[in-house]
Design a protein around this ligand. Structure first.
Ligand code: ATP
Length: 618
């Protein structure tokens, strides 16, 4: 058995609203007396003296407001290991997390007042432990990466499930009115219909089975640009079909060239690599690729953290033409010699501005500098996002041929105009009540609630469960099976509310999300644009409600006013006043008006704002 081969799979846990958490291995998550850590020790979560969140027997719903809102100072404890949502709804909550990456705190250290500087975890693999029998016995210093055993459930091959999709909305045809600007030398002519794309028969059929009748603007322009062999930086609003705009021309070309997956090689050399910043997003892109490639000989594969490496290697070795991955796992596969780059023809960066900001840029440089990677002149590089700050555009040019095309559909970095944005002025102590009030108005409609931190997300989820709102949560401290289950429960409607950190802000395409609530506003405007873009997708109408706390969110006010005005939405007078007379005059307006090669932007301050969280992205 090779080093990467792992035998055991783990089961998922259940996160329910009846104040219980169940592990399917029979683990109890009752924190009475503390949560066992990986060494079998217990850390105390009950001691007020040690900053403990006084948990036992105390319902979250019965906390007073200052505790709820000030829990940052009141939670302590390192992170134990073991799968499951280490939280006791009766009051306990886990604290800091002991993992290899970033600047995270070690096990057993207090999170209160701790430095949360880990931008993203590098050593992303987590040993998912259902019980002690599965525990990794390797010396931690030898491998601080505990082995991941999780294998995702097998995907259905049933056509109905492969092609399941949601309907386009009433504003789908309004996409045609959006101004499109293509800059750069000799752009090819746009197509107006999918017929003009001259797709192979199977691809054409798959497009039609996906419910696509006519292309969106980014598809009308993006497809011929990619088919013409050009490099591309494309910016189009959230939910407007960027994924198909790169998948279709890539698959089309691979099919024309007769590319077919082969399992007769220990080294797989994909023709296309697609990278995205989060596990859920790359998995979604993979599912789209699998859908469009259905019934063809082109085989997409996905690799991302939190899943058994051995399982993913076996998947790659079955044949791999289009490899979708988060950067860490992708580089790992290349480093292990399972993936070769010499046949690479397409490199796609989805959420490209995120992939090139300070969190992922080194990995992207490592990827393009990997042995065997053809020089940029010999492959196409394609970048997509709804936001493209100028400084990132300039840096992105390093990865592109000099004659790349810049495609701007509507305002670069603008919010989706189908999302009605409202703002409620709050204090940090009134947010919880405001959220409950708001959720009373949404009935059975699906809502995503964004919180600043993982702990905040847990607290809100827990609180809403106590309020009998079926809620789940997704963030970087949840193990992969939990993350996948949370998304599945939200997608299926089992949970009407998904509380999330920024890990779910970009790209996720979940049907019928009618509302987004910014319980905490993000600290940069691009993230705001992506978050509210989880609703109002593909011509559907959505609503975003943001809690604006002047004490915390002042620096965002000017950018918000700009975003609202550009989306032709009403700007609350108090927000405008605050933006231009208050303390926010140094605010960032971190979006470009156009192709950076033309100059002239709305950027007051060109610094790209990193996402200020300690989130585990990939
Ligand atoms: N031409 C089309 N006709 C009908 N539906 C489409 C079309 N193009 C895309 N869609 C659907 O629209 C939804 C949004 O597409 P997609 O996820 O690619 O958006 P996006 O632009 O990448 O968004 P984000 O910026 O949030 O990542 C998906 O469900 C997709 O299947």
């Amino acid at each position: 058995m090779e080093d990467w081969e792992e035998g055991t799979t783990c089961s998922s846990i259940t996160f329910t609203c009846d104040n219980t958490i169940e592990g399917t291995h029979g683990d109890s998550w009752n924190t009475d007396g503390g949560v066992p850590d990986r060494d079998g020790a217990h850390w105390n979560i009950t001691g007020g003296e040690r900053g403990g969140f006084r948990g036992r027997g105390r319902g979250f719903g019965r906390m007073d407001q200052s505790e709820m809102n000030d829990f940052r100072g009141g939670i302590r404890g390192g992170r134990g290991r073991g799968g499951g949502f280490r939280q006791d709804f009766r009051g306990g909550i886990r604290g800091g997390r002991g993992r290899g990456g970033g600047f995270r705190q070690g096990r057993g250290e207090s999170t209160s007042g701790g430095f949360r500087g880990g931008y993203r975890g590098k050593d992303e693999e987590i040993f998912f432990e259902g019980n002690n029998k599965n525990r990794e016995t390797k010396d931690v210093s030898d491998s601080d990466k505990p082995r991941v055993l999780y294998i995702p459930p097998a995907l259905s091959e049933d056509e109905d499930s492969v092609f399941s999709h949601y309907e386009t909305g009433i504003n789908f045809n309004k996409y045609d009115d959006i101004t499109v600007d293509v800059s750069g030398p000799n752009p090819p002519k746009a197509i107006m219909t999918f017929d003009e794309a001259e797709l192979c028969e199977t691809l054409r059929r798959n497009v039609s089975k996906s419910g696509y009748v006519k292309p969106t603007p980014v598809q009308k322009h993006g497809i011929p640009i990619i088919s013409a062999g050009r490099d591309l930086m494309a910016c189009a609003q959230t939910g407007s079909g960027k994924t198909a705009s790169f998948l279709l021309p890539i698959l089309q070309q691979l099919m024309v060239d007769g590319v077919a997956a082969s399992c007769f090689s220990e080294l797989q050399e994909p023709e296309a690599i697609i990278v995205a910043p989060t596990r859920e997003l790359i998995n979604q892109i993979y599912l789209e690729a699998r859908k469009f490639a259905f019934g063809t000989c082109v085989r997409p594969v996905v690799v991302y953290g939190g899943v058994s490496t051995g399982y993913q290697i076996r998947e790659i070795l079955k044949g791999c033409n289009v490899l979708c991955g988060t950067p860490g796992r992708l580089l790992d596969m290349i480093g292990r010699g399972k993936v070769g780059l010499s046949k690479l023809r397409y490199l796609v960066l989805d959420e490209a501005d995120r992939m090139l900001d300070m969190g992922f840029e080194p990995d992207m440089r490592r990827l393009v500098g990997s042995p065997g990677m053809p020089p940029k002149e010999n492959h196409q590089t394609l970048m997509f996002s709804a936001t493209f700050p100028e400084d990132i555009q300039r840096m992105a040019a390093d990865f592109l041929k000099t004659d790349y095309l810049f495609l701007a559909v509507g305002e670069v970095g603008g919010a989706c105009t189908d999302v009605e944005q409202t703002f409620v002025q709050v204090t940090k102590f009134s947010k919880r009540d405001q959220l409950v009030e708001f959720l009373k108005t949404t009935g059975t409609e699906r809502t995503m609630v964004f919180a600043e931190t993982k702990r905040q997300a847990d607290f809100i989820a827990l609180f809403l469960c106590q309020e009998k709102v079926p809620t789940t949560s997704i963030h970087g401290d949840r193990e992969q099976p939990e993350r996948e289950k949370a998304l599945a429960d939200f997608r299926s409607g089992k949970c009407l509310v998904l509380v999330a950190t920024s890990v779910a802000a970009r790209g996720l395409d979940i049907p019928d999300v009618q509302h987004v609530v910014n319980f905490d506003l993000p600290n940069n405007i691009d993230e705001y644009v992506h978050r509210i873009g989880r609703t109002g997708r593909c011509g559907n109408i959505g609503r975003a409600v943001s809690f604006f706390d002047p004490n915390a969110d002042g620096q965002l006010a000017r950018s918000l006013v700009m975003i609202l005005s550009k989306a032709q939405q009403e700007v609350p007078s108090w927000l405008e006043e605050f933006a231009f007379t208050g303390s926010s005059t140094t605010g960032f307006m971190n979006f470009a008006s156009t192709d950076s090669r033309r100059g002239g932007s709305f950027q007051d301050n060109l610094k790209s704002q990193p996402t200020a969280d300690d989130e585990e992205w990939e």
